[in-house]
Design a protein around this ligand. Structure first.
Ligand SMILES: [Zn+2]
Length: 287
């Protein structure tokens, strides 16, 4: 008898409660939710703690997209998500922004076919030194080529900048940061003939250094970016600064219970806790 009892409990406490949180009109439902993926590929990362894993297996990714679909939530690009979020009077706009950092080649082969099945958009962030006419390697994995990128762009995928060299921007001087922002942006624009709107900060966002964060916002504005996503954890509430958008990290460890809990806002506490820790650890910002 224990089996069915546990099963009932799991459905009640895990699934039903989590799904109800998505549907109920809580204040948090007006938040802009941005998911952060990296690689959609098989392979294990057992040596890496679950929070830091960057792979989402294609079968798991397909499930994530299916769960969104079942809850009438549409996956959209960052540009579209932000426009819907800031536009007044968009009742019932059920959307989640899907972002992919590092521009791995598996976005083309594994993620895009699944997104297409659902008619979902997404934003992919490229570190342009790792993009060529032939696949280049980043972290021992093949990246998208310009040919892939042009094709994906025609398929409704938005491309943003993730710098040129994927450096720790916090360690660079102002002119070097400016070059990373401007060169990557103009290279993508040249290839796609389309304005680049979004920027993704590489590595952990240095929240504990408000002077740097402020200066970076100014440089992003000067480089004509419209927004920046970070590794700060959480959803974004109305009035959020566009150059400091939080995201929810997602990987192969996100089963239904955890994935839906994140969408419902039950993971936002982690961002607040990390913020407090970073304040305490200043100036040692990077793990
Ligand atoms: Zn990255």
């Amino acid at each position: 008898m224990n089996g069915p009892v546990r099963y009932d409990r799991a459905i009640t406490v895990g699934l039903v409660r989590s799904v109800r949180r998505i549907f109920l009109s809580r204040p948090g439902n007006h938040a802009l939710t941005i998911l952060m993926y990296h690689s959609v590929s098989d392979g294990n990362e057992d040596h890496v703690p679950p929070y830091y894993r960057v792979r989402t297996h294609p079968a798991v990714f397909a499930q994530h997209m299916q769960w969104l679909r079942e809850n009438n939530i549409r996956g959209v690009t960052l540009r579209e998500g932000l426009a819907n979020h800031t536009r007044a009077g968009t009742p019932g706009a059920r959307q989640v922004v899907l972002t992919f950092d590092d521009g791995f080649g598996d976005f083309m082969t594994a993620a895009f076919p699944i997104l297409s099945q659902h008619g979902f958009g997404a934003t992919v962030f490229l570190a342009t030194a790792f993009v060529g006419n032939q696949p280049r390697l980043f972290k021992q994995k093949e990246c998208l080529t310009w040919c892939d990128i042009r094709e994906l762009h025609k398929g409704g995928i938005e491309f943003g900048s993730h710098t040129v060299n994927h450096p720790q921007l916090h360690d660079l001087d102002r002119s070097q940061i400016r070059a990373e922002l401007l060169t990557s942006k103009s290279m993508i624009e040249q290839e796609l003939g389309n304005e680049v709107f979004s920027f993704s900060y590489p590595y952990a966002f240095p929240s504990g250094d408000p002077l740097f964060v402020n200066e970076l916002s100014i440089l992003l504005g000067e480089a004509a970016y419209g927004c920046q996503v970070t590794t700060e954890v959480g959803r974004n509430h109305p009035g959020v600064q566009p150059f400091r958008l939080k995201r929810l990290p997602v990987n192969a460890c996100d089963d239904h219970e955890l994935f839906t809990a994140k969408l419902a806002g039950d993971y936002d506490w982690l961002g607040r806790a990390q913020g407090v820790l970073k304040q305490c650890r200043r100036p040692h910002l990077h793990p």
